[in-house]
Ligand binder design. Structure first.
Ligand code: ME8
Length: 525
């Protein structure tokens, strides 16, 4: 799991509030970071907000406030949502912070000094009221796709990054590193895109038209294109809270690697989690920018699929935007996290429907997992005076369950390495199901009536241990609920670690703690 030491999410635009899609990527990153910590790997987990650019400027104008006020008001919604959703990030970056602006200016200057950026003329179809360019494809009818008003041909001076010069290198790099862009379908998409000649990238906007951005250090009449600014956030955060840059900005890449041990450790282990919507910016623009700066590539770019709502794209205008906290308020935060992780197959799209979360909640969580805990705690109360019993002789039934518990970590961690959290959860929930079936088959209630105390103790101990191990492996997804579960079984909750996965850690004689159902059945949407 060494490779997942630096995990990033996209930095989200502050023109809107967080929705189901933002929550998905952020929970996925949190779950991967928690699994890495469980395995004892030092982890740095970054998320944040993208605060410059036209979208934010326009949204601020609509609200009658300044872009900075818009950013300050919206960033709180992201931060509060992440806190509610048990997101334990190590850093939260805002692109309006001084540490980031310094890095962007320095990168621009370094590329300018190297001749990787040049002044040229940009031509395109411009919508004057919307103040934005469109491609010929967008405006086939001569009208702005956004507002429907006529567009006009405009040409202006701008600055360009020599992206085309790095195309051959990028193709060779992607081909030589099969794990660089994942899953495979996205890698093929990028290689397909790269079969066409790559143009140079316009990286500036005249400040008179768009002032909400970082000024080019070599021409303050221009601001940086928002993506050039945004992508560099991953480097800024890897440089630490102060983001100190080495002297002599011309040697930006090599200098950083030599002078900053933290950066040199984190950067090659970086995994960018993104949605498929921003694949080209991350898998084409970003690697070429890094290459031009003389920096190595991150370890992996993983583009997950799309959450639709009842099969339809989620959008404000359709009024079908799903708000994460609405669902967390009904089902609980951890159940919501579980749903997101269980329902999405990496690389494919998923469709949200209210029935789907309801069904997952009832079958997996309330029935299988919640019931297993309440049965074990109730029977320990009834037959063992509320204390974890000491096991006696094992039979084949115990040996079979034990074998399943002992063999579980490897396939779970293997699934996590593929970023297939859904598969990992499936494996653990199979153990939960097997433990329920084990109780049915061994029927401790019948043994108790027959006075077979030793047998009852063995069964309840074995069942409780299997559930405890399952709870350790579920804790990255359900951190709060699994701490409650472990407390019920008489364990002092702590951050889960690898050592917790061995059998036999429950101490006979410890009191179990009966409580409310882990996943109450009377939730109402
Ligand atoms: O693109 N399903 O920010 P953004 C799944 N600021 N994931 C979704 C989703 C959906 N329906 N909708 C959004 C930006 N996402 C830039 C990123 S990074 C240097 C700059 C998630 O606020 C998914 O992770 O539009 C997607 O890539 C991201 O939100 C886009 O967020």
């Amino acid at each position: 799991m060494d490779e997942f030491t630096y995990i990033t999410t996209p930095i989200y635009y502050v023109n809107d509030e967080p929705h189901l899609g933002h929550a998905y990527t952020t929970v996925l990153a949190d779950v991967l970071a928690r699994f890495a910590r469980l395995r004892g790997t030092p982890t740095f987990f970054l998320t944040g907000t993208d605060e410059h650019g036209q979208k934010v400027e326009r949204s601020a104008r609509e609200h009658g406030i300044t872009p900075q006020e818009q950013a300050d008001a919206t960033v709180v919604r992201f931060q509060e949502t992440w806190q509610r959703l048990h997101i334990r990030h190590d850093d939260f970056i805002r692109t309006t912070e001084a540490r980031h602006i310094r890095v962007v200016e320095s990168a621009l200057q370094a590329l300018w000094d190297k001749g990787e950026i040049y002044a040229g003329s940009y031509e395109g179809w411009y919508c004057v009221p919307d103040e934005r360019y469109w491609t010929a494809k967008d405006v086939a009818d001569g009208l702005c796709p956004d507002c429907g008003r006529p567009v006009e041909r405009l040409s202006e001076k701008n600055y360009f990054f020599r992206m085309s010069a790095h195309q051959d290198w990028l193709v060779a790099y992607v081909e030589a590193h099969p794990d660089f862009i994942r899953p495979e379908s996205r890698r093929n998409e990028v290689l397909g895109f790269l079969r066409q000649p790559l143009g140079d990238l316009c990286i500036s906007r005249p400040a008179e038209r768009l002032s909400w951005g970082i000024r080019l250090p070599f021409d303050p009449d221009y601001v940086t294109y928002v993506w050039f600014d945004a992508l560099l956030n991953y480097v800024t955060a890897a440089l630490g809270p102060q983001a100190v840059l080495p002297e002599g900005i011309s040697d930006w890449g090599g200098g950083l690697l030599r002078s900053d041990a933290r950066f040199a450790t984190l950067w090659p282990r970086c995994v960018h989690l993104i949605g498929k919507d921003i694949l080209t910016t991350h898998a084409v623009y970003w690697p070429t920018m890094l290459h031009a700066l003389g920096l190595p590539q991150p370890r992996m770019i993983f583009a997950h699929g799309w959450w639709n709502v009842e099969g339809i794209k989620m959008s404000k205008s359709l009024g079908n935007v799903v708000r994460p906290l609405d669902l967390a308020n009904v089902y609980g935060v951890d159940a919501f996290r579980y749903f997101l992780m269980r329902e999405m197959t990496p690389g494919r799209d998923a469709s949200f429907t209210p029935d789907l979360i309801e069904a997952r909640y009832r079958s997996d969580l309330a029935n299988d997992l919640g019931n297993l805990l309440s049965r074990l705690v109730a029977m320990t109360g009834r037959y063992c005076e509320g204390r974890i019993p000491a096991p006696a002789t094992e039979t084949d039934a115990e040996r079979a369950l034990r074998a399943q518990v002992e063999g579980i970590s490897e396939p779970v961690f293997e699934a996590i390495e593929r970023l297939a959290v859904n598969d990992a959860l499936g494996i653990v929930m199979d153990l939960v199901g097997a433990t329920n079936r084990y109780l049915e088959a061994t029927a401790p209630w019948t043994r108790a009536k027959a006075g077979e105390t030793g047998r009852v103790h063995t069964i309840l101990y074995t069942g409780a241990e299997a559930l405890r191990v399952a709870s350790v492996l579920l804790s990255p997804v359900l951190p709060e609920r699994m701490a409650v579960l472990q407390r019920s079984l008489g364990c002092e909750p702590r951050d889960p670690r690898r050592a917790d996965l061995v059998l036999g850690l429950l101490t006979p004689g410890t009191a179990v703690v009966p409580g409310e159902p882990l996943f109450p059945k009377d939730v109402t949407a």
